[in-house]
Write a protein that binds this ligand. Structure first.
Ligand code: CLR
Length: 265
């Protein structure tokens, strides 16, 4: 149908479908708004993080994290993660087409995609030289997260960040890739899959466009591979969360941030 091909009778800017890229100018505008939204919701600029790289936790500070109880540390990390997710929600709202989706579909996309985008964003907060991540104001190695008692998840997450860093993506590429991770028509529980698919195609052509412009088309294949790894990481996160909720129902129920429960529980 015409719909599927992105051909639409409307052309007014107030019409969401006009944002689907028929022309180079539309693709440029789409990329520009996704990049702007990424910049405005990314908490720290790359240069700021670069300047903070020397700030490491001391032996005593690491020990303090390690001597927290399992549920105390989980609660602490859930709060930090929820903060980060909130910025991703803000980012999503400004992806052209996202707000035209039904409330149900917006939530369905965020439920599965927000954690994945947080992990994509983690690569900006990661120092590959010493395998540390910016957490609570300083750079932390895996040992800081010991009391969570999920070393396999932490190792996999750090590994993923390492792999993302190796791709040496620009901020624009990270922005478009994050949008593509979020707008995925294959997610479960979508009402209007074809509408999501149209938005997805527009984001895809945006990413293709900037990779072409940067002369890095070969990255596309690698990015699709990263998306598969992301999916497995997030199911591992959910598995750990279920394990935790069974052991510490009270913390999971009353001390986790509402948004964390809403999206992941
Ligand atoms: C990701 C990029 C965000 C800022 C940010 C905030 C919290 C960080 C997160 C980043 C990376 C992953 C992180 C998290 C807090 C805890 C979590 C370090 C840097 C680790 C992996 C622990 C996960 C524990 C769950 C199992 C609860 O813009």
């Amino acid at each position: 149908s015409h719909d599927m091909m992105g051909i639409h009778p409307y052309s007014g800017l107030e019409d969401p479908y006009s944002l689907y890229p028929h022309s180079l100018r539309n693709i440029d505008e789409l990329c520009a708004s996704i990049v702007r939204s990424h910049r405005e919701t990314s908490q720290y600029r790359v240069e700021e993080l670069q300047a903070l790289r020397w700030k490491l936790f001391s032996r005593e500070e690491i020990q303090a994290y390690q001597s927290k109880s399992v549920d105390e540390m989980w609660q602490h990390c859930a709060i930090r993660l929820t903060d980060a997710v909130q910025f991703v929600v803000e980012f999503a709202k400004h992806i052209p087409g996202f707000r035209m989706l039904s409330q149900n579909d917006q939530i369905a996309l965020l439920k599965t995609g927000s954690m994945e985008v947080v992990l994509v964003r983690m690569s900006r907060f990661f120092n590959t030289e010493n395998n540390t991540v910016f957490f609570d104001g300083k750079f932390a190695g895996t040992e800081v997260f010991k009391s969570l008692a999920c070393g396999d998840l932490i190792a996999a997450v750090f590994d993923f960040a390492h792999g993302m860093c190796a791709l040496k993506l620009t901020e624009q590429q990270i922005a478009l890739f994050s949008a593509l991770v979020l707008i995925n028509a294959d997610r479960p529980c979508l009402e209007d899959r074809s509408k999501v698919q149209r938005v997805q195609r527009s984001v895809e052509s945006g990413l293709t466009h900037i990779l072409h412009r940067d002369n890095q088309e070969s990255l596309m294949h690698k990015l699709y591979q990263r998306m598969a790894v992301l999916r497995s990481l997030c199911s591992l996160h959910m598995e750990k969360l279920r394990w935790f909720s069974q052991r510490y129902p009270l913390t999971a129920h009353s001390l986790f941030p509402p948004l964390y429960k809403e999206l992941f529980a």
